[in-house]
Unconditional design. Structure first.
Length: 362
């Protein structure tokens, strides 16, 4: 573990501290910052030895994140924090051998796939191909649990896997559900105001359920006639309801899973919240110390907005637990159904419920 900060580290820390102090003193906001080490040998934390529990296969999918050896350092950290867990990289066959060799030297199983001929809207088929290869390799290890993550994401907390196992086992799925345990959304993108929009980034569950979740058919249908040709224009210009039903990878994967469980869907927010209540759970970012290299360092921490209720608001463990107690009910989503005709990044203004009844146990 590195003991002496470099000159760059000291200068960067002072600049961040000065910037936060300046913002607090002279702006209308309070400010914090969160420094995370880049390299595994900078980290001296260890898991609780009695909390490890059952093995969990961990697979990272996607192209190797080379800057700062991010993917390699993630595997180095996981090798120490989650020593009882099989580690897998699921990436593309055209990856240079020089990038794969140091990962293999850590004892990581490398699974290589050919890229699909059709990437699909928002590259959904690219994701499904590497995720399916990874989850099948995870199942072959015999581990009862599986964590699917991305090569540009990292869980820093040493007890993150033990926590996710505890979360999944503490809250069984709804009675009669054809799944072993709940699927737990860990990464960013489990949205309150978008139907069946569970994160497709970092996801945890029982291996049998994860096999079902990550092996739907590839999506071959093109964008509907009249939609913009550029995917970014599709995202910003399409109503949320249409975007989720016809293009969103997250909603496609989630809805396919629910249909394979035998659950009919009506693409309303009320039904989406019901599915969240019955089949899923959500781990807040802080509980696993989740970091996304691609976005976290460029945004306010995970799109936190205080000026309004944004329609990209995350469905957190807080809302999920309120639904388990009956304090929040799927019927309450009816006041937000109009959001499905709006575009992302708009404020949410609640409508009136057709009827309001006293809340109680579901």
């Amino acid at each position: 573990m590195s003991e002496h900060p470099s000159l760059h580290d000291r200068l960067s820390y002072r600049l961040l501290r000065w910037t936060a102090q300046y913002a607090v003193r002279y702006s209308r906001h309070l400010a914090t910052f969160h420094l995370r080490p880049k390299q595994a040998d900078q980290i001296g934390t260890y898991p609780e030895p009695t909390a490890a529990g059952e093995a969990c296969a961990i697979f990272l999918q996607g192209p190797i994140a080379q800057e700062g050896n991010f993917t390699l350092e993630t595997f180095r950290l996981y090798r120490r924090h989650f020593s009882h867990c099989p580690l897998i990289l699921s990436t593309w066959r055209d990856t240079p051998a020089s990038l794969l060799a140091p990962i293999r030297n850590l004892g990581v199983q490398v699974v290589l796939s050919e890229k699909p001929t059709r990437a699909g809207l928002f590259n959904v088929n690219m994701q499904l191909t590497s995720a399916a290869a990874g989850v099948r390799a995870a199942a072959d290890t015999g581990a009862p649990w599986t964590l699917k993550s991305r090569t540009d994401q990292r869980l820093y907390h040493p007890d993150a896997i033990a926590y996710l196992v505890a979360l999944a086992t503490a809250f069984p799925p709804a009675s009669g559900a054809r799944q072993k345990h709940r699927i737990v959304g860990v990464g960013q993108g489990s949205l309150k105001f978008a139907p069946y929009h569970v994160t497709d980034q970092t996801v945890f569950g029982h291996t049998e359920d994860m096999l079902t979740y990550w092996t739907p058919p590839l999506r071959e249908d093109p964008a509907p006639a009249g939609w913009p040709s550029l995917q970014q224009d599709i995202f910003v210009g399409t109503p949320i309801g249409d975007l989720c039903r016809l293009a969103s990878p997250e909603s496609y994967i989630t809805s396919q899973f629910l249909q394979r469980l035998g659950r009919p869907l009506d693409w309303s927010l009320q039904d989406s919240w019901t599915a969240y209540r019955d089949h899923f759970c959500f781990a807040d970012f802080s509980t696993t110390d989740f970091y996304w290299k691609g976005k976290t360092h460029r945004l306010h921490e995970f799109n936190t907005v205080y000026e309004m209720t944004n329609n990209r608001y995350e469905f957190s463990f807080r809302e999920w637990l309120l639904m388990q107690t009956g304090s929040l009910r799927p019927e309450d989503a009816r006041r937000y159904e109009h959001v499905l005709s709006e575009r992302f990044n708009h404020p949410v203004v609640p409508g009136d419920l057709p009827s309001v009844v006293p809340k109680g146990p579901r």
